[in-house]
Design a protein around this ligand. Structure first.
Ligand code: NAD
Length: 267
């Protein structure tokens, strides 16, 4: 029997990147998984990857910033699998760069709505199920940029700092109900370049490669992380090995937040 056999998990934004890797890793650990994303083709691809490996998964198209869709995501999961044990709030957006006085208020709202409100909404609709079971595990994907400030990323930094403190606050409110809430702060993880390269010009690819090299050099481990290296920590937090952990904020960043050099190229 695998560590998460008979457990049911929802992973938001699991059509790509860290969310996809987390959905695959939870399924490999025995959980049934609801894959959800704005992008239907990408989400359905993750489902196929899980089922091809013998796992159990469904796809629910969801914009986490919208209350009715977040509510539907949780309801559809419970309807399909009969329960819910694990919620990974991973869906996120970066936002445009620029200093705060240049930032369009609508863009600020968009980033906060996806990253912070989306985490709030999916948790809000999952928690009644966890309360009934007196068990549940929420893993919020924040960012090292919620701990250290990055240039020209006010909305993103504020949203991720908000997720970190929401994690602690929820841990306080729901600890007595045996619901654990923890956060992961990834550093520079190699997720989107490969996927977007086909739509980039040669110059854009060269610039992105240079940024990646620079970011890799900023980290004590000397390289970018892989989505699977975040996913494995999410699986740990979802499992009984983390049974005395709640309100914890774990950096998975190659050590970059321990140095002075960090800040320019990551997210
Ligand atoms: N990659 C990194 O270096 C890094 C670093 C720190 C934190 N993070 C965080 O990790 C999480 C995943 O990032 P990633 O790099 O894998 O990104 P990604 O772009 O590879 O994947 C994100 C997925 O989320 C989906 N998504 C976006 N908005 C959504 C919404 N409103 N509702 C539902 N799905 C939505 C996208 O369609 C996409 O499939 C994000 O919260 C991000 O902020 C990433």
């Amino acid at each position: 029997m695998s560590a998460l056999t008979n457990k049911v998990a929802v992973v938001t934004g699991s059509g790509n990147g860290i969310g996809r890797a987390t959905a695959l890793a939870l399924a490999a650990a025995g959980a049934s998984v609801t894959v959800s994303d704005l992008l239907v083709d990408d989400g359905e691809r993750t489902v196929r990857e899980i089922t091809d490996l013998g796992g159990s998964a469904i796809f629910v198209e969801t914009d986490v910033a919208l209350a009715d869709q977040a509510e539907n995501l949780i309801a559809a999961t419970v309807s399909a699998f009969g329960r819910l044990d694990i919620l990974v709030n991973n869906a996120g957006t970066g936002g445009t760069s620029g200093r705060l006085h240049e930032l369009d208020p609508a863009e600020f709202d968009r980033v906060i709505n996806v990253n912070l409100r989306g985490t709030f909404l999916c948790s809000k609709y999952a928690l009644p199920h966890f309360l009934t079971q007196r068990d549940g595990r929420i893993i919020n994907i924040a960012s090292t940029y919620g701990i250290v400030a990055a240039p020209e990323a006010a909305a993103y930094c504020a949203s991720k700092a908000g997720i970190i403190h929401l994690t602690r606050q929820m841990a306080v409110d729901y600890g007595p109900d045996r619901i654990r809430v923890n956060a992961i702060c990834p550093g520079y993880i190699d997720t989107s370049l490969g996927r977007r390269a086909s739509s980039m010009s040669v110059l854009e690819i060269v610039a992105a490669s240079a940024r990646r090299e620079k970011a890799a050099g900023m980290q004590p481990l000397g390289r970018q992380g892989l989505p699977a290296e975040v996913a494995s920590v999410a699986v740990f937090l979802a499992g009984d090995g983390a049974s005395f952990m709640t309100g914890s904020i774990l950096t998975v960043d190659g050590g970059c937040t321990t140095t002075f050099n960090y800040g320019e190229a990551s997210n």
